[in-house]
Every structure is written in C-alpha cells, then in structure tokens.
Design a protein around this ligand. Sequence first.
Ligand code: NOJ
Length: 664
Amino acid sequence: MRYNLDMSFKIKIFGKNKAKKQFEQVLESPNRKIMCLVKLKNGRIYYAVKKEGMELIKESKLGFLLRGESELGAKLVLVRMQKKNVDEVWETLVGEQQEIRNNYNEIVFYLTEETDRQRMFSVRFRVFNEGVAFRYEIPPQPSFQRIIVEDELTEFNIDLNGQAWRIPAYQATKYELNYEKWPVYELRDAVHTPLTIETDSNKFLAIHEAALYNYGSMTLKLSSEKILKADITPLSDGMKAYLDLPFESPWRVIEIADAAIELTVNRMILNLNEKPKEDFSWVKPLKFLGIWWAMFVGEWTWAEGKKHGATTEHAKKYLDWCVALGVSGLLIEGWNNGWSGEWSLGGKCTDFLHPVADFKMEEVAEKACRLGVELIAQHETVGQVDNYERQLESAFAYLVSNGVHYVKTGYTGAKMMINNKMEYHHSQVGVLHYQKTVEMAARYQIMLNIHEPIKGTGIERTYPNILTREGAKGQEYEGGKLNLNHATILPFTRMLTGAFDFTPGIFDLKNPAKRVYTTLARQLSYYVIFYSGMQMLADRPEVYYSVPKVFEFLQKVPVNWRITVPLLGKIGEYYVVARQDRVTEDWYIGGVTNENARRVNLNLEFLEEDIKYTAHIYRDGGATDYRENPLEIEIEKRIIDKNEILDLWLAAGGGFAIRLAKGY
Ligand code: NOJ
C-alpha cells in the first residue's frame, strides 16, 4: 500500500488547537479553466466543480457508511493540507498515444473526527486541464484497523437535465449491452461507468474511476435526494468491501470537455495509475487469427466431436494461414478439457492443464515456434473462479513450457463462483480475482486478453501485460443484435476505459448462419476506431485470401499508435479518428456512421508539412447498402498532402478506412 507522506511537499499544518472547523479551498487546473472547490461545513466535507465559471458539479457529499461504526465523514475538522503540482511526460509501451502528458495540481486534505475515537482519513484531489479526480486514503490507526464498507457516500451532483449514454448495471450480460440515451433525471437504476453525459449547457462529462484494486466497481444511480451517487457493486452478503487499513480508494474521476471528441483523448485514467514496478519490455502487441468465427457460424464446435474446431490438424492448417496472410498470432479455443458437456453444465471441472484427445499441444506448439507464430490459448472459466484459481499457476506454467505467452481468459455466466459463493464479476472479490490473474500472468511473462472482464480503470499502465479486454457488446453478438449506432457511441463511452477486443474484420457479411449488418468498408474502419493491443482478424482465413486487395489494409494496419487525433464526432451519429503508426509513421484514418448515410469532408491539417502521402482509400460505393449490398467497396489510390480536403461518402451502417503511406 502506498500511504506515505513525502515531507518535501508544501504542507500546511494548523497545529493542535488550530484545526479548522469551517474552510473553503479552491484548487485550479494548470490552465486555470477548471476550478474545484473543497469545503468543510458543519463537520462534513464537500466538493464542487466549475469550468470557466459554469457550475458542472454542485456541492457534493463525501464519506462512507461503515458496518458497526459511525459514519466516516461527519464531525470532521481539517488538520492540514498538502499541495503539489506535477507536469511530466511518460511513454506507453503499447497504446493509443506514445507520449502522455501528466499535468495537474493536487491538494490533500487531512481530516480528523471530533469524537472520542478521533478517526482520521484524507481526501486527495487532483485537478487537470481535462477534469477533476479525487480519492480517499484511510491510514491504520490504533483503534481502527479493519473496515467493512456498507456504502460509499460519494455524490456527483450534476444537473439532472443532461442526457447520458447508459448501460444498466447488475445485468447477467454484464457490460454487453447496446447503449441508450437516457435523461439524467431518470437514472433511478444503477448504470455502469464511464457514464458519459451531455449537460444542458452543452458540456460533456464522463464519470468513471481509475486504479480499481481490492474494492467493488463503482456504478451510479440517483439517491433518494435525486443526486447522482456512487453505488458500489456489493458482495453476496450485501457489503461493499472488507478492507484492512491502510486503504486507498480507486480515484473518482470527472472528465470534462467542451466537445465530445475531446473526451476520446482524455488521458486522466492512465495518468491516475502508477508506472510499472517491473520490467515489461517483453510485452508485444499483435494481430491474430483464431479458431473462432467458424464456431459462431456453426462450421465447427468448441466441444469435441465430428465438427471439433481445435484439432491438431486445424491448428496446424491455421498456422500455415498465419504465415500466408502475414499474421503473427493464432487464438485457439476449445483445446482443453471441459468444453464437451462441462461448458453448458457450468464448467465446474474445466481442466486447464490437459488438452483434449484430438489436440496435441506439443505438436502444435512445435510448429508455431518453427513458423514464428505466437499461440494464444483460451482459458474459458465459465465464471468458475474457484476451479480456475486452483489451477492458475500450473496452467500458466504449462502454457509457458509450450512456448505460449498469450492467454485469452473468459468468464461467461451471470455471476462468478468465488469462495463457494455466487458473486458479481465486478464485486470486490471479482476485482481481486482479475488482479490475481494479471499479476500471475506478469510473473510468467504472459499477455492477457480478458473477456467478460472487470472494466478498464487504467491499470494497464502499471501492468502493460493487459493488452486488451472485452467489456462491451462485441461483434460476436451480430445477427442484428448490435445497434447500428453502437460503433458511434463506443468511442465516447466504453473506449474511454482503454483497449477493446471488439473482434473486427468479418468479411463474410452475408452468411445466413450469422449475418453481420455492416458494410465491408466499415469492417476495415474498426481497426482504427477501436484501439486494441491485441487486434483480431476475426473471420476465417480463406475468406481473407479470396479478397487480397481489401485484405491488404488488415495486413498493414498496426496495433500500436504514436499519436491519436480525433477528427469528427457526434455521439450516436458518427466518429472519425486519425492515428499514426509508431513504426512506419504512416497515418490511418477510420470513420463510421450510424443508420444514416452521410458525406464527410476531412481536413488533413494534422499531416506533416511538405510531405506527399500515397492514400489508399477504402470506402462504400454509391450503391453499397448494409442489408442488400454490403460487400461493395471502392478502393482508390492517389497522392495527397495536408492541403487536401477529402470528400467521403458513408453508406447507412457504413464507414471508411484510409492508409496514408509516406511518399509516393
Ligand atoms: C464469449 C467470448 O466473448 C467469446 O470470445 C468466446 O469465444 C466465448 N465466450 C466462448 O468462450
């Protein structure tokens, strides 16, 4: 735990008899546009937030209800304050942006109760140019060593007239839902964070959390006083968290923007996490094929039998496909014991240490190693965490002994079995489990793609071996189950939490076994729209091989970006983003629209001066239609520079993708 006081900071100590009962302190962002007002009034601490004079968060309460204890947050006095400013630049190993600036002003407010027990805690506030964050810190005290959190009282007292894009919490499908636009005054049932809101005054807020460890995930709902309030995911006994002190809560984060696309490059969540404590230079992002979509379209099965997908023969053939298509990884699902029958029964006995009879791990691993292709082994736990944890270390050791350094974990099921109890994925014990796998994986130099995950709170800054996660409704739902506006909402909501394994790249769009309702050009755009440190080429390799000109984009598009420049966006309508490859410094642009066709004019001012680029443009044609004619695509190649305005047509449910290669 990191509860230390660095005495070099500016500290204001009020002295024994000078503790303050009332105070108001303003903390400004470095550019002085955002103001956070923290005050102590009648023994309680409150905060409020303004941007350029406009009140965005009205006086909001802080504190905790603890079991067997009086409320922590009342009868307070301020005993000291500690300030600091930080302005630094750090580098991501893998990400949307290579260099990230971390610039904020901080004040820690040290509070003590005026009661016999004199319990102490502090609240650390940071104000960035892009928003406000704060967290609670409770040190161990002689008569206060362990707490049980019944409720976190944190409020986000925003104007109720705003509109939010919500997905409800506590659902069996976890985060896998289409987003709905919802009036804030109707958020009576808990919703997940990040919660993105357009205020009545046309500002954009995203309320989320950073550095979630050993605590329940924060959801939000209106309190009985009609104030948006934290609602921590409970454990099966109804409590929110059992904690040994010291405790640092996750950061409560309010991202603030004048335009929605500014939110998409807000880096507060990563900045509020700590740098890695170990060397992660072994982490390598990659693109991968998978023994996967063939299961979704019914050609193969996860379970053993005549149509079993993960056989030695299929895996070896797919490894050859990786070489032929120039893809560096291969995901294998259904390779271990547990899929035949056990899966549907709940996976209580799934075995992660032994392959099924028709999958010879050593043989496949030997070929993968010879061809230089990375294997990605799936660990589908079906939410049976107790069963998985019993095997976790040996399962990772087994894979590494076969040269496998990538694992896709999975936790299907409405809840998880942890310590013999059914618990929410997002409860404190769920969070602890995900953390255990991340740390164990790091020990074995294993990189993770987590499906049915805990939401992203930026911990990949500290553990860069988390290359991606699911945590939203992905393409596997298709067959009409994804709203056409989904991809135009995600960049402003789910994507604020980091990498997403959306599983893009379905080219066989008209397959009646699983229709995918987009145009082909849109499938290419997803590689730029949805950042993922492990990016799937989700369709079957034969399908790619048959359209080499279109596939060329997938071959070239990188997964690790130097710079990200959002160009256009309206939540639920359209989104266009440009990103630069870290290695070649070529630029890529992706654009998507909702159910409405539209034309966009793209200004290329972000390109370098005096450089000509060869533009490879993949776009919908005039007759392209996601229902009847999804495969029609126009591919154009021409020389352009930064002075050009690109005029692009997006069909309904369509999109475009552009590669701008330096030179001509
Ligand atoms: C759901 C995951 O999202 C998907 O990728 C996986 O194939 C299935 N579960 C089976 O584990």
